[in-house]
Design a protein around this ligand. Structure first.
Ligand code: PLP
Length: 452
């Protein structure tokens, strides 16, 4: 910090403040974690200064021998860890990994047949007319993914994201009674809609997904199954999600982030079956800029950590702790979407406390508990205010929390939500954003959280 502070003291101060904030509060954001010092240090070095467009051994810049070493190592660790035939470790983030995957499927399933038909080997060899036809065909494809309010992600074909502009999108939701995925409904929707890509994976669904069933559906309708395991990659790596619940043997292409339950640097990754490998390899320059060698090096370190036996213990604890948290919440009267969890996520429906997600999130933050508001299925409060709070166990499990600490955390959460009330609006209604907390509640909870 001294070195940084000598140049821009405000940045050094902000870094110090971030560390203090993360230490003083309970980090329960389901997509966050604490990377190890080895991972953090691997990101702050001279690899950051290197350009390396291309792939291992096939670069558009000279002097990439050391980048080749770390990129090859990261890919090897990823293949071994997940049992995947092929891994691409260049994506800078989860959204980039999804873009790489989507363009790879388009290249393999739409572009390649069009090139073959035109007797060409590269798009540059097409006539202007053929190229126009191909561009139209590329832009005329469909994606079926999980709806946002059921826990799907924006990058799965929704309008605010480029994927929603690339594809005509349709969604499958969850059973309104149980909150669980209904595979018969997914099948029915897929048969009606006939997507090029069947997308599976989520950011707020607190249950396992049967990827063998999803693959069967994809095969029935001629779709390519892409699974975004960004949230639960750590549980796959740690062998908590196995068999039908492990996406890698079932999906054509799997995407992930590396910084959530996998506990690596911020970044993305694509795993693929061999028939998609060449197309995925073209991620840069198709949708990615030059790779981030310092982050690929940190991915190699994080993936090496995840291959240690201790990581399986960590992943098991993440899932067990989610159970303890869910039981601690329900036994104190909270309502959970789907009634519980079998991954690292717990989604509280805070309407039973008379609150919106926005009020609950803010009150919890005042009390030193960091979560994020989230839609629940058929959310009456819409995507901005929402009716849910999403909670995840990966970060605090890294800090060493076990069942007792998560039970105490559940108690603190229920105390805060029970002691918070919406503020009345001028017309006598109730605000969806403003709230009042019982006297001393925020301070008391902060002190209790700091003791954990
Ligand atoms: N996919 C899923 C399922 C996610 O939950 C997220 C992030 O929250 C992403 C993709 C995007 O990841 P990133 O923020 O690294 O682009």
């Amino acid at each position: 910090l001294q070195v940084i502070g000598a140049v821009e003291p405000r940045v050094a101060e902000a870094i110090g403040a971030e560390l203090a904030d993360q230490r003083a509060s309970l980090k329960l954001i389901a997509s966050e974690n604490y990377a190890s010092p080895a991972v953090l240090l691997t990101m702050g070095n001279w690899f950051s200064d290197k350009y390396a467009e291309g792939t291992v051994g096939h670069r558009f810049y000279a002097g990439c021998q050391n980048v080749d070493t770390v990129e090859a190592l990261a890919a090897e660790h990823a293949r071994e860890l997940f049992g995947a035939p092929y891994a691409y470790v260049q994506p800078h983030s989860g959204i980039d990994a999804n873009l790489v995957a989507f363009w790879a499927v388009l290249a393999q399933r739409v572009e390649l047949p069009a090139l073959e038909k035109a007797g060409a080997t590269h798009v540059n060899d097409l006539t202007a007319e053929d190229w126009t036809t191909l561009r139209r065909a590329l832009g005329d494809q469909r994606m079926l993914g999980m709806s946002l309010d059921a826990g799907g992600h924006l990058t799965h074909g929704f309008r605010p994201n480029i994927s929603g502009k690339m594809f005509e999108q349709s969604s499958y939701g969850t059973d309104p009674k149980t909150g669980l995925l209904d595979y018969a409904l997914v099948r029915e929707r897929a048969k009606e809609f006939r997507p090029l890509i069947l997308m599976a994976g989520y950011s707020a669904y607190p249950r396992r997904v049967d990827f063998a069933a999803m693959r069967e559906i994809a095969d029935e309708v001629g779709a390519t199954l892409v699974v975004d395991m960004a949230h639960f990659a750590g549980l796959v790596a740690g062998k908590v999600l196995t068999g039908d619940f492990d996406p890698v043997p079932h999906a054509h292409v799997v995407t992930t982030t590396t910084h959530k339950s996998l506990r690596g640097p911020r970044g993305g990754m694509v795993l693929a079956q061999p028939e998609f490998a060449d197309a995925v390899d073209r991620g840069c320059p198709m949708v990615l800029g030059g790779p981030l060698p310092h982050v690929m090096a940190a991915k190699a370190v994080a993936l090496a950590e995840a291959r240690q036996p201790a990581f399986a213990g960590y992943a098991r604890a993440v899932a067990d702790n989610a159970q303890s948290l869910a039981e601690g919440l329900t036994s104190r009267g909270a309502t959970l979407v789907t009634g519980g969890t079998d991954n690292h996520i717990v989604l509280i429906d805070v309407t039973s406390f008379g609150l919106t997600g926005r009020q609950a999130e803010s009150a919890l933050l005042d009390a030193g508990i960091v979560t994020n508001r989230n839609s629940v299925p058929a959310d009456p409060n819409g995507a901005w205010y929402t009716s849910g709070v999403r909670i995840g166990t990966p970060a605090l499990t890294t800090r060493g929390f076990g069942a007792a600490e998560f039970d105490r955390t559940a108690e603190l959460i229920v105390d805060v939500l029970s002691g918070t009330t919406p503020t009345a609006t001028q017309d006598g209604g109730s605000s969806r954003a403003r709230y009042a907390m019982a006297d001393g509640l925020a301070g008391r909870t902060r002190a209790a959280a700091a003791e954990l």
